[in-house]
Design a binder for this molecule. Structure first.
Ligand SMILES: [Zn+2]
Ligand SMILES: [Zn+2]
Length: 423
């Protein structure tokens, strides 16, 4: 929504009218004055400033005083709301000790990456080794994000200060920092003043977080020590060396080619079609797939841990069943060879013109069937058109949590009919 406003603003319209030959320096002055005007009217609100509608509201409230605004304030949208204390910018603003209007936002970090670096240097010094540990240091750099309890997040300065104040009051190790959720539970919030820290509630949050923090620190120390004393597992490649010099991994020339040709077309044309053994496209009906693994008792929790599967699972009614194989919602769940739990339903092929969803295993089967027919008749417009839902379901032997077994004779006859129809 912000980018839309920017797009349709006077600055956006002006910018699109400029030819590509106009140099940056030539347009900068006009762009800046247009931008200031648009921020001032609120026409552009993805940025803020001393003349924005919000700033005017603040001057009205606090009287005409100088601002103390920081870059995170002017760089964040006028309608931004602190995710921690839920105050909009106007309510965050307050009069500071020197009579100024404070307007400051801060990026709240978990500093575990720094802690890992510190631990590495300490372990290096302690080991008193004369060997350089370049690989170890690179391992640390690679891992430092992994230990953060949360991603960096923009909050108002009062919320960030509440974190510091609570830690000081409870004598919490400096390496720890509270998350936005934790802070929000121990602050007393009001407009135009800093938060009051509710110490007892902060203590509850800290007690709940402590065990995981201690564990994290222990792992960090172990990793740092391994990295600093040559006991680690990481062997980086030389920086000049290209470890996977394969076209589809994004080589230097790929853009020139990829503009015109897909990798599939290219690799086929260059020699991939020279397969020694012909592909056996009939395996889907001649080889009986092994039965699927038993579902773990907590399979719902396991599949719900993956965002897109959680969404699909929740959106599927409990009495749903696949219109092709008639298996119910839980029966189509399966466990991969790696032990991952999957729940997958897809829209029925467009060619069927049915507004239904079918299970992953039915979809897989109708695709394999299509590919086999294609081997005989060549590409055709819509490979999904071939088998009707009834024809497909007639060749299936559905099994819970597994790929479908197939009635071999019926399946072969179906392929025959389709090859005749489309050949
Ligand atoms: Zn806040
Ligand atoms: Zn099905």
């Amino acid at each position: 929504m912000w980018s839309d406003k920017l797009f349709f603003s006077r600055l956006g319209i002006w910018s699109r009218k400029q030819s590509h030959n106009v140099r940056r320096e030539e347009g900068a002055n006009v762009a800046l004055s247009l931008l200031l005007e648009c921020v001032g009217t609120g026409e552009i609100s993805c940025l803020d400033g001393q003349a924005s509608p919000v700033a005017k509201q603040m001057l009205e409230k606090h009287g005409s005083r100088p601002f103390e605004m920081n870059t995170n304030w002017v760089g964040s949208p006028q309608e931004w709301i602190c995710p921690c204390c839920r105050r909009p910018k106007f309510e965050i603003s307050r009069v500071g000790n020197r009579g100024q209007i404070l307007a400051k936002n801060v990026i709240h970090h978990d500093h575990m990456g720094d802690v890992l670096h510190e631990a590495f240097h300490a372990a290096f010094a302690e080991a008193n080794t004369e060997l350089e540990q370049m690989d170890g240091l690179r391992l640390i750099e690679r891992m430092s994000e992994a230990f953060a309890a949360y991603e960096p997040v923009l909050v108002c300065e009062d919320c960030n200060n509440a974190d510091t104040a609570a830690k000081a009051a409870l004598e919490i190790p400096r390496e720890f920092s509270f998350s936005v959720g934790q802070i929000s539970r121990f602050i007393d919030v009001a407009a135009h003043r800093s938060h009051r820290v509710l110490e007892e509630r902060a203590r509850v949050e800290w007690e709940a977080a402590k065990a995981a923090f201690v564990l994290r620190m222990r792992i960090i120390k172990a990793v740092a020590k391994a990295a600093a004393t040559d006991c680690h597992w990481y062997e980086p490649h030389d920086r000049q060396f290209e470890p996977v010099p394969v076209y589809s991994h994004g080589g230097r020339h790929s853009e020139i080619i990829s503009r015109w040709l897909s990798w599939e077309t290219l690799s086929d044309a260059l020699g991939m079609q020279t397969r020694i053994a012909p592909r056996d496209m009939s395996r889907w009906r001649t080889v009986r797939p092994k039965p699927g693994r038993q579902l773990p008792p907590n399979f719902v929790a396991m599949l719900r841990s993956v965002d897109y599967m959680a969404e699909k699972w929740d959106a599927t009614p409990s009495d749903w069943c696949c219109p092709i194989c008639s298996r119910g919602k839980a029966e189509i769940v399966y466990v991969s060879d790696k032990g991952k739990v999957h729940f997958s339903i897809v829209d029925a092929p467009r060619a069927w013109q049915l507004e239904v969803r079918i299970c992953h295993h039915c979809d897989k089967l109708q695709k394999r069937l299509g590919w086999e027919v294609e081997e005989f008749v060549g590409d055709f417009d819509d490979s999904e058109r071939i088998a009707s839902p009834t024809a497909l379901s007639a060749i299936l032997l559905p099994r819970a949590h597994s790929d479908h077994a197939v009635r071999p004779d019926e399946a072969k006859a179906l392929v025959g009919r389709l090859v005749e129809a489309y050949g």
